[in-house]
Design a binder for this molecule. Sequence first.
Ligand code: RFL
Length: 386
Amino acid sequence: MTVAIVGAGASGLTLAALLQRAGVSFVVLEVRSRSYVEERQRAGVLDYSAGQVYVKAGLEEAILGGVPLDDLLEIRYEGSARFLNVAQLAGGQHSYVVPQQLLVRRLIAMLVDSGADIRFGVSGVELHGIDQSRPRVTYLDEHGVPGEIECDFVAGCDGFHGVSRTSIPQEALTTYTFEHDIGWFTVLADSPAPKHALLAISSHGFAAQFARGPKASRFYLQHRPDAKDRLEDDEWIWTQLRLRLGDDGLPAGAITSRDHVEMRSFVVEPISYGRLFLVGDAAHIITPMGAKGMNLAVVEAAALAEALVAAQQGDSGRLASYSATCLHRTWNYQEFSRWMTEMVHDAGDDSLAGPFRRQLAKARLDRLFTSPPAAAAFADLMAGIS
Ligand code: RFL
């Protein structure tokens, strides 16, 4: 059996690593260079379920070795701190602080060292015959030389803007999109990492701070419609962060990257067609609230690896149920992300939600600190669905 893996991000590389362990042959095609992929900064936390993918595969040391565990979540309300010990509430299921670029770098090093076939810098990738028994993937290599991979299955791990999803006839897919009508900036700064993941709810708007290594933080910052052109305004950013975090002494560091976040959700159903299986962002986009994008990508890659290994042994049942199994998890995470999005925005700032919804959101927030079953249900989703 040969699997063509389109895309060398979190999902494609995880799938490759798991197939390699199982002795299934594969080729990975990636449009970007190795160094570009290794330096792309995005997510920062692997939840418990995603971490277990590497533990169960015997890759704990190679992928998770030396990374700190993540137990506590701070929710700061108008400057006053409250903590949830998420790992304890979830029965000891802790998350791992793993910047996405570290995960990607470790996976690539492991795969390349063991001779895996990863072709970086390709272009013009096209899928052919995905509804037939021997699909083909054509491309131009990094020197512009045409190449072709004949395979048994194609794994579409090429993100939202890739070619895999759009190779499926439109009439075969149902598409769901949802605009959250909230504006966010994201800023990466050389500012000391917070001790714990921090969500700050405030009448000035929502903000969050997460570690990205010991000396850097990723901040998220809600902006109202009248402030959406403030992304380049460092003074506005630091003033707003200090106000919302209730921390006058928050040190301003060099901002190394800044962007608008698309607060949009997207799902297609089904996520397989013929011999093509979509994985991760190729199949869905989830807002950063709840931090599930990378985790979904990793857990889906594991589900597909298991299904492909079973198929190689003559059991194609798991491939047949791959889409439904993954969509169940995806919709649960979309619901979790939306639930949290409403809570952290509405509880602080009633200029968008109005006073009634603000009270509802505050009740939802308080329940996390007053009802152990409510806190446990929250922690259960934070730990992830395997
Ligand atoms: P990736 O990681 O984007 O990898 C897709 C790969 O496919 C390549 N590609 C192609 N290759 C071959 N042929 C083509 N035609 C191709 N087109 C594209 C791309 O170059 C790329 O290498 O998708 P994957 O594997 O599905 O992984 C998904 C995650 O990367 C994504 O969900 C997360 O990064 C989302 N995300 C976060 N997720 C979390 O769990 N927690 C977070 O805190 C978090 N923060 C974030 C994020 C995403 C962000 N951005 C910019 C999208 C913060 C940011 C700023």
